[in-house]
Unconditional design. Structure first.
Length: 99
């Protein structure tokens, strides 16, 4: 956020956002008050090597790597954003069964 802003990190125990599959999840939500992401860019955020940064500044692997991690954990990821209103990225990771 080149012009400053607020980043909020929240965690909570919850259930799947894709309907009640009975599985408990821990959600990790990172929200910022930055410039947001336009819909055309939002469609591509999980594509490897996609970046909006100038050449030589970044590789565009951050969100694809996060998605891979979440998929491996059998979780879910959501990205909500509106231009000029900020972005929220929410991870849902299944809780481990108690023994």
């Amino acid at each position: 956020m080149p012009e400053g802003g607020i980043i909020t990190i929240e965690t909570r125990k919850t259930y799947s956002p894709k309907g009640d599959d009975g599985q408990e999840y821990v959600s990790l939500c990172v929200t910022d008050s930055g410039c947001g992401i336009t819909s055309d860019v939002l469609e591509k955020v999980f594509e490897p090597f996609f970046t909006t940064k100038p050449q030589g500044v970044g590789t565009g692997l951050g969100l694809p790597m996060i998605r891979h991690f979440v998929d491996q954990a059998r979780g879910h990821i959501e990205v909500h954003s509106m231009p000029q209103q900020g972005t929220c990225i929410k991870l849902y990771l299944p809780t481990a069964a108690e023994s």
